[in-house]
Write a protein that binds this ligand. Structure first.
Ligand code: THU
Length: 132
């Protein structure tokens, strides 16, 4: 799967974003090892803290369908800078897709590819739960 195709799917998901409070629309497209794609957009709540990011929507959709192996996630926004995943999404991605490559795309067509391990060094993982 080419990055460009994944970005296109993230862009389509971005168009579905429910962002009436921030007006910051984000799209994500997650590629599984088996070649399936799960997309997501951010969904905001009037109780702001209940908002969920595009990345976690895509990941939870995939996990809830039984997917467990992921290779790439593309993330798009209308920001002039490429939009990296927030800390919460980095953590959840680390829990379920530690080796994933993250492809960031902005409204100017710039692409940045970076590994999740680079985005979240020295991560907390389930291994620590076994050290009690
Ligand atoms: N947002 C995402 O969907 N993904 C990120 O990685 C950063 C932030 C959303 C959450 C909220 O709806 C809006 O962007 C502004 O924070």
């Amino acid at each position: 799967m080419e990055n460009n195709e994944l970005i296109k799917i993230a862009r389509l998901a971005q168009a579905q974003a429910c962002a009436p409070y921030s007006h910051f629309k984000v799209g994500a497209a997650l590629l599984t090892q088996s070649g399936r794609i799960y997309s997501g957009c951010n969904v905001e709540s009037s109780s702001y803290g209940l908002t969920i990011c595009a990345e976690r929507v895509a990941l939870f959709k995939a996990l809830s369908e039984g997917e467990r192996h992921f290779t790439k996630i593309a993330i798009t926004s209308d920001s002039s800078q490429v939009c990296p995943p927030c800390g919460a999404c980095r953590q959840v991605l680390m829990d379920y897709a530690p080796d994933i490559e993250v492809i960031l795309f902005n409204d100017r067509g710039d692409i940045q590819e970076i590994s999740l391990r680079e985005l979240l060094p020295n991560a907390f993982t389930s291994n620590f739960l076994k050290t009690l």
